[in-house]
Design a protein around this ligand. Structure first.
Ligand SMILES: Cc1ncc(C[n+]2csc(CCOP(=O)(O)OP(=O)(O)O)c2C)c(N)n1
Ligand SMILES: [Mg+2]
Length: 279
């Protein structure tokens, strides 16, 4: 029962994330959004699962995301209207229209906006956790994990046994360069070499759920393999042969998911239209 509720809740969040990204895709394509925009479509179950586990544990963590962070904001309860306003450049956006897609910042959900330098959120998030001792989730891409200052931060988190969770959203790409061209080592093994728990897993919410017992009890790194459905930045498709976790999850939770998805899609489209017409 617990796992059934969990899966349905993760599905609902993933559906919100996916339909949000589909709307953004259209607005970027039509040049109604003109800022650099980083779509998290394909990767949505990661933040949906992590946030759902935090909710079950009644923990409201500090959140440090990277540039691909719409799903993180929505999964952790960020206000939908304020993210739409942010992407449309309004001062009423969650980051007062100053962050855009890449630097979503939101005090209400303890989410700290990214500064644009790959991987800096890792030492900054580790420092925030060290100072406050508050449960902290730091998201990074598989390429950002390669920055030298990330390694120093992992070592410190391990030494001080911080209540921190490092999530590598491993889409195998740094813009268009695959991991195997960039390195011959793995992030979960790097974490283990620093004497912290490190695991290499898929973006299947059920698999992520298995690690919840370690959340915030000690530092842990989950390298989560996933797929980016769209271009690195902007609205386009590199390949249509990409595995889509959302579709698998829809099947897993049953037929009611199809109706739910339709409903969210319709209300999302209406919301974007209404808000953009009011500006
Ligand atoms: C220090 C630094 N180097 C290079 C860049 C340019 N850059 C922006 S995003 C990116 C790739 C990021 O890949 P990854 O961390 O895997 O995240 P993803 O885009 O795949 O989600 C690069 C090279 C940057 N922003 N900062
Ligand atoms: Mg990547």
């Amino acid at each position: 029962m617990i796992i059934k509720n969990y899966l349905w809740n993760v599905f609902k969040k993933t559906s919100l994330n996916r339909n949000f990204e589909l709307s953004v895709f259209e607005y970027v394509k039509q040049k109604k959004i003109n800022l650099p925009t980083y779509l998290s479509a394909g990767q949505e179950t990661i933040s949906a699962s992590i946030s759902e586990i935090c909710k079950q544990k009644k923990i409201k963590p500090l959140i440090f995301g990277q540039h691909r962070c719409h799903s993180i904001y929505l999964s952790f309860g960020g206000h939908l209207d304020r993210l739409i306003l942010e992407l449309l450049g309004s001062k009423y956006g969650c980051t007062y229209g100053m962050g855009g897609s890449a630097s979503i910042h939101c005090k209400e959900i303890n989410m700290f906006g990214h500064d644009g330098h790959m991987g800096t959120q890792v030492p900054i998030g580790t420092g925030a956790c060290f100072q406050s001792k508050k449960p902290t989730v730091v998201f990074m891409g598989d390429a950002s994990a390669e920055e030298d200052y990330v390694l120093g931060a992992l070592g410190w988190a391990s030494t001080k046994k911080l209540p921190i969770l490092f999530i590598v959203e491993d889409n195998n790409l740094s813009i268009l360069t695959e991991k195997k061209i960039r390195r011959n080592w793995n992030m979960h093994e790097v974490a283990r070499s620093f004497k912290m728990k490190g695991f290499n897993i898929s973006d299947d919410p059920e698999e992520i759920f298995k690690y919840k017992k370690f959340f915030f009890k000690e530092p842990m790194l989950l390298n989560i393999n996933t797929n980016r459905l769209f271009w690195h930045s902007g609205a386009g498709i590199d390949s249509d042969k990409i595995f889509d976790r959302y579709k698998i999850l829809m099947k897993k939770v049953g037929k009611k998911s199809i109706l739910y998805d339709k409903k969210i899609n319709q209300s999302m489209n209406k919301k974007w239209k209404k808000i953009s017409e009011q500006l």
